[in-house]
Design a protein around this ligand. Structure first.
Ligand SMILES: Cc1cc2nc3c(=O)[nH]c(=O)nc-3n(C[C@H](O)[C@H](O)[C@H](O)COP(=O)(O)OP(=O)(O)OC[C@H]3O[C@@H](n4cnc5c(N)ncnc54)[C@H](O)[C@@H]3O)c2cc1C
Length: 430
């Protein structure tokens, strides 16, 4: 590897946010280096439920064709409380170009983004290379990233550094950006089983029993993804009780899977734990640097909206950055652009966070009166079709609605252009 790379934009992290941004910038002829600490894209239980808006966006970006065979539409959702069906959603009734939440494992999504971007000469993905620190110029402006250690260390100098390194981002502090973690009261345990014949592959189930909450989501390939809540930080205690403790939870929430879970989940190594929290970052940018995706706004897994916001961040930011880089004085223009980016994206992230926090409060209700109220509220929503449609639009279709009604303009499909003139890069302090 070169000891020093000069580029226009350096992105830390090749998750959905970082790779989409890299692709969209390279399409606009901007030179971009994406750093990814891992050598491959293997990840399980990550970002598998995609919103209809996210699927629509992937279609607009011309990527769905690369993902054939990896997608499974969720056409119906059923919520059962205390064993009774209290709320259903038939997504075929919502008349949007993309109607269905869709299961899409993250590895093929990342591979499709990386393959599309690799065709553009302005795009470089450095895999197995971890960013280790920020570089600054004499005025304290972020001027790029240090990578690797010892003899393998190198620098990537850039006019803009984009932090897309996910929910545990250490670069927020390094950039001097404050953030607040809001832990939720519960964590989530995930595992997968073969999809039983008795399950419709297109129906997603939420099961509530008092304060216990489980989700059963058919996924690709021919599997069902199962998650249930545990009290915050109590995984160790649950594990101490052996795998029978997990089997017992499944008996409670999904008795029809009792035999299968005993056959296929014999120890805890087949499970994954998600520490559930949300983050609020009051300021997403500093001179020369901007946060996107989970680094800017970690969400909870409720309703699967993390990848959705990661993708939208990238497609909104890319044209703003490309335009700023064309200005005679790109540095101040980039700072103005990254602040405008936050103003544009924040309301939609706040809407999702609000829906998730309200859902979480409802899911954890226990005791006869609160549970009866919850059941009544779900039943009321179920019967009031306009209210349900409004809720679904807020959660799943707000991007399509905003774009199709002209409230939002997404600059989505520029054809690739030749490499751009070199942008003046700031001097890095010794
Ligand atoms: C268990 C689990 C289940 C989830 N389920 C869903 C779901 O069903 N639907 C949904 O929409 N969302 C889900 N999410 C959230 C979703 O995965 C994230 O919102 C989404 O991946 C965010 O994308 P991102 O690009 O911002 O960050 P990430 O996907 O976290 O990507 C960050 C990347 O940065 C890399 N990186 C980190 N540090 C460095 C460094 N120093 N140098 C170089 N590279 C670095 C990481 O290796 C990683 O590849 C889930 C999350 C978890 C943890």
């Amino acid at each position: 590897l070169d000891a020093r790379w000069d580029t226009e934009v350096c992105v830390i992290g090749a998750g959905p946010a970082g790779l989409t941004l890299g692709l969209e910038l390279a399409k606009r002829g901007r030179r971009v280096v994406v750093l990814e600490q891992k050598a491959g894209f293997e990840r399980s239980f990550r970002g598998e439920a995609m919103s209809p808006d996210a699927i629509w966006l992937l279609d607009q970006l011309g990527l769905l064709g690369r993902l054939r065979g990896q997608l499974l539409e969720t056409r119906r959702m059923e919520v059962c409380d205390g064993g009774r069906l209290v709320l259903t959603a038939d997504f075929s009734r919502y008349d949007w170009p993309s109607r269905y939440p869709t299961e899409l494992p993250q590895p093929p999504l990342l591979a499709a983004l990386a393959e599309a971007a690799a065709q553009l000469p302005q795009f470089t993905l450095l895999r197995g290379e971890a960013a280790t620190g920020l570089m600054r110029d004499g005025g304290g402006r972020v001027a790029g990233v240090r990578c690797g250690t010892g003899a393998d260390a190198f620098e990537v100098r850039a006019a803009l550094t984009v932090v897309a390194d996910g929910r545990f981002s250490p670069f927020r502090e390094q950039a001097g950006l404050a953030w607040r973690k809001i832990p939720l009261g519960r964590d989530f345990v995930w595992f997968k089983l073969p999809l039983p014949d008795s399950f419709d592959p297109h129906t997603y189930h939420v099961r509530l029993i008092g304060g216990a909450h489980g989700v059963l989501m058919p996924t690709v390939p021919d599997q069902i993804r199962i998650g249930f809540n545990i009290p915050k930080g109590e995984l160790r205690a649950l594990r101490r009780d052996g795998i029978a403790a997990l089997h017992g939870r499944v008996d409670e929430l999904a008795p029809e899977l009792g035999d299968s879970v005993r056959t296929h989940v014999r120890d805890w190594s087949s499970t994954a734990m998600l520490d559930i929290f949300t983050t609020v970052v009051p300021q997403w940018s500093a001179p020369g640097l901007v946060l996107i995706g989970d680094a800017a706004h970690t969400l909870t897994p409720i309703l699967g909206l993390g990848v959705h916001h990661a993708l939208i961040d990238a497609v909104v930011l890319a044209p703003m950055v490309a335009e700023a880089l064309d200005r005679p004085a790109p540095s101040p223009a980039l700072d103005v652009a990254t602040q405008a980016f936050q103003r544009r994206r924040e309301p939609s992230v706040a809407l999702s966070r609000g829906v998730q926090l309200r859902q979480e409060r409802a899911f954890k209700l226990a005791g006869p009166v609160p549970v009866a109220l919850r059941t009544a509220a779900y039943r009321l929503i179920d019967r009031a079709a306009p209210v349900k449609a409004r809720l679904m639009t807020d959660i799943y279709y707000s991007l399509q609605q905003a774009v199709l009604t002209g409230r939002e303009h997404l600059d989505l499909s520029p054809s690739p252009v030749p490499p751009h003139r070199t942008t003046e890069l700031p001097e890095v302090a010794a």
